[in-house]
Design a protein around this ligand. Structure first.
Ligand code: SF4
Length: 368
């Protein structure tokens, strides 16, 4: 006798109703949304755009991104900055250059800067603390850090120095995929970094890469459930874009459609979170950032790194906005936002704390 195959996943309309109604998170309705196509896809994106308007409103918050070092101790298989890529020239901005860039950003109207680098231990707990303190003394900027995995003492020192927010993407919570793409990272260690950051009181950002080899809608659904348990407040989504100087160079990349669907589902699950329309989406499609803003995103991160070094921060290939000065970039993104009938945020765009029931399991973090 033939076994009856039971599809445990809901039909799309029921799944969308569950998402809109704030149902408890379950793969049964997350998967059909993440797999939506055609008309269903359009309905999902429209629902997310509506939810965004009702919750975080029409403001788009700008975060000025300063990529201050492309040195990295790690060898992530998807990243052009990986240690073993000896085809790129490495650079570090000095403390003075970082401060000068941040001051210019504040003059232009930015309220937040994001200090991002590879995992570069040259910027020790102490060195970074000095930079953060000086930034906080000389400006009114909110400071977001995106410096990878460090130990608890270091995260504590940076928080004490005045850092407000931290971004650390988990990329995937699937242990097999995580191991395949991170030869020198440990999933549990990365998770624990995020628990520690949360415990220390940072406004916390994480996120995933979409379109990774071996990843499917179920794997993404499980990522979403984990992000919810973490109590994440800002969520960054990046499509996987193969870089020719990495071991994943021959893999198929992620698509804008996948990224937009994921943003839309995340907006329905995390109505008040901050979500960027990333440069990577603008790299896949000239209108990619606009499309993301219409699928639930409410943040943009213009690159304000000095143009002399900007092309050297090549995590993924064919990055856009490499030549424009900071003020041109500011004008360009402002025009794009206004073109969508939206407004540029004039406040700090701090997180709205509405997180449901994070489950924290904190161990001691020590730099490996
Ligand atoms: S993803 Fe980050 S940690 Fe990994 S190689 Fe690139 S810069 Fe380094």
């Amino acid at each position: 006798m033939k076994k009856k195959i039971i599809n445990k996943y809901m039909k799309f309309p029921t799944a969308l109703a569950a998402a809109k109604g704030g149902a408890a998170l379950a793969v049964e309705w997350l998967v059909p949304l993440l797999d939506a196509n055609g008309k269903d896809d359009a309905l999902l994106l429209a629902a997310a755009d509506k939810k965004r308007a009702e919750t975080v409103g029409d403001s788009v918050h700008l975060r000025g991104l300063i990529e201050f070092s492309n040195y990295c101790r790690k060898n992530c298989h998807y990243c052009g900055l990986r240690k073993e890529n000896n085809k790129i020239n490495r650079y570090r901005l000095s403390k003075e250059e970082i401060l000068e860039t941040a001051l210019k950003a504040e003059k232009l109207g930015y309220k937040t800067i994001v200090l991002q680098s590879g995992e570069d231990l040259h910027f020790s707990a102490d060195a970074m603390s000095k930079i953060i303190k000086e930034l906080k003394n000389k400006t009114k900027l909110a400071v977001t850090l995106s410096l990878g995995e460090r130990d608890e003492e270091t995260y504590f020192a940076w928080k004490k120095a005045g850092a407000d927010r931290y971004l650390l993407r988990i990329e995937t919570t699937d242990p097999v995929i995580f191991k395949k793409i991170h030869p020198d990272s440990d999933l549990e260690y990365r998770k624990n970094c995020l628990y520690v950051l949360k415990k220390l009181g940072y406004q916390l950002g994480s996120g995933v890469m979409v379109g990774l080899p071996g990843q499917d809608a179920l794997s993404l659904a499980k990522d979403i459930i984990w992000l919810n348990n973490l109590g994440v407040e800002m969520i960054g989504i990046g499509p996987f874009l193969p870089h020719k100087e990495t071991p994943l160079k021959d893999e198929k990349g992620g698509t804008l459609a996948q990224a937009l669907r994921l943003i839309a589902v995340l907006r329905l699950v995390f109505p008040y979170s901050h979500m960027p329309a990333t440069t990577a989406m603008g790299t896949i499609d000239p209108m990619g950032r606009e499309k993301a803003l219409q699928a639930g995103a409410n943040v943009m991160m213009p690159n304000i790194t000095p143009t002399a070094v900007r092309p050297l921060y090549e995590i993924y290939p064919n990055k856009i906005c490499l030549d424009e000065s900071a003020d041109k970039c500011f004008g360009c993104v402002t025009a794009r936002i206004i073109g969508l009938g939206r407004t540029v945020g004039t406040d700090y765009g701090d997180v709205v704390r509405q997180i449901r029931n994070p489950k924290l399991e904190i161990r001691n973090n020590k730099d490996k």
